[in-house]
Design a binder for this molecule. Structure first.
Ligand SMILES: [Zn+2]
Length: 275
């Protein structure tokens, strides 16, 4: 595990050299394929690594276009209530997440599971955004979450197309005592890596780990995977079916820092991106 972590750090450092505007390597992106206790411990250690002087100027880079459409998903697992509560709140108070350069759309992804306060009805919504499930050629009665996945794919995708949403922030809770954790699915997604770094630094001294899951053996078809830049936000510890005020506040802060980053990015506002 430790060796693979170093490998990713080195890869990140190497890749950064291709961006003339980024002055320091990304010191805290880590690789872990399974959320076992040792990897959580490792994440906590690496989340303390700080990279002072990081400057980002990707908005002026021709390789990244502006962020125009952002979705915030809550209730992908219906008993993880921080995201459910926040998304329901933002559906009534959209001004709290509004940013002038982009559309920000809060959305409850699994309303039936939310209503019953269960993880899912028929099958895990966070595992069915594969091509086979989305294509509609499944025979017989279709599980509720697959129906829902197709609806979400038509609203925010289609997955893999240029019409898909730019960014999806998918809100989850865990019973594990891991604080705020940002989950990436692609170590070559420089935009999302930079956003994670901005969030992490803005959250300090509160810890905010970054977890990269891209091992082909464990990568799965997540709800957020229909976006060009998917990011999972996992905050714990919180029991299922319960809301803790401190966990709610942490999740709200992470979302707002993510939106701030995208706004600054769209503006080409490097002053506010210098950390
Ligand atoms: Zn979850």
């Amino acid at each position: 595990m430790f060796r693979s972590t170093l490998k990713v750090l080195q890869q990140s450092s190497l890749r950064v050299k291709f961006f003339g505007s980024i002055h320091n390597p990304l010191g805290s992106v880590v690789r872990a394929v399974l959320p076992d206790p040792s990897s959580v411990y490792m994440l906590r250690r690496w989340s303390l690594v700080r990279t002072p002087g990081l400057a980002v100027n990707m908005a002026t880079s021709s390789s990244h276009s502006a962020v125009r459409r952002v979705a915030i998903f809550g209730g992908t697992h219906g008993n993880e209530l921080s995201g459910v509560l926040l998304v329901k709140h933002w559906l009534k108070h959209g001004e709290e997440i509004a940013r002038r350069s982009m559309e920000v759309r809060p959305f409850i992804t699994n309303p039936k599971a939310v209503e019953k306060c269960v993880r899912y009805i028929d099958t895990d919504l966070n595992r069915v955004f594969d091509n086979q499930s989305l294509s509609g050629d499944q025979k017989g009665k279709v599980p509720y979450e697959i129906e829902q996945a197709r609806k979400i794919n038509s609203l925010f995708g289609p997955k893999g197309s240029k019409n898909g949403y730019d960014v999806i922030l998918d809100l989850h809770n865990t019973t594990a005592h891991m604080g705020a954790t940002l989950i990436l699915e692609n170590s070559r997604d420089d935009f999302t890596i930079q956003m994670c770094k901005y969030i992490q630094t803005s959250m300090a001294p509160e810890s905010c780990a970054v977890l990269l899951i891209e091992h082909p053996g464990v990568k799965y078809a997540t709800t957020r995977s229909i976006a060009k830049h998917p990011i999972g936000i996992e905050v714990g510890p919180q029991p299922q079916g319960v809301v803790r005020a401190d966990i709610l506040r942490t999740m709200k802060n992470v979302v707002n820092y993510a939106l701030d980053f995208m706004q600054y990015f769209n503006e080409g506002n490097t002053r506010n991106l210098i950390i």
